[in-house]
Design a protein around this ligand. Sequence first.
Ligand code: CDP
Ligand code: MG
Length: 154
Amino acid sequence: MVESHRERSFIMIKPDGVQRGKVGEIISRFEKKGFKMVAMNMTAASKAHIEEHYDEHRERPFFPPLVSFMTSGPVVAMVWEGHNVIKTGRKMIGATNPDNADPGTVRFDTAINFRKQIIHASDSKESAEKEINLWFKSGVVDWKHHSEEWIYEV
Ligand code: CDP
Ligand code: MG
């Protein structure tokens, strides 16, 4: 397989997305596009785990309320694989502030608030690697999608 088809991104449905019943819709959007799920886990993440996930924001004023929100209920952690999935995943979720997100994106279509906007997606190869290692310590599932040859030129 072409190496770029193996790119992986960490995608997480935040507690508001779980509570508001968006799990199926979000999985569906990534499946429809042709990406392949290679890991999924529903979990109530600990404070320390969320702090590690959002380590880059530790000094920001919104860090404590963000951690509190992210530990207020279960999240669905996933890894999706496919060509350019990191950049495309960010496009699919939309801008951080739903006010600035484009129609058709998850955040525009399902959220209003700056903090409670349903979904997280890795923003670079480095953060994807860090986040996948943090959330899926025992690794992801290597499997062949039956319609791979209909999604890519192989
Ligand atoms: O999630 P994304 O990478 O788009 O945004 P970020 O700037 O890395 O911020 C991480 C998360 O912190 C956001 O998704 C929001 O949930 C939250 N946030 C917040 O609560 N208040 C802010 N002023 C900015 C971000
Ligand atoms: Mg970010």
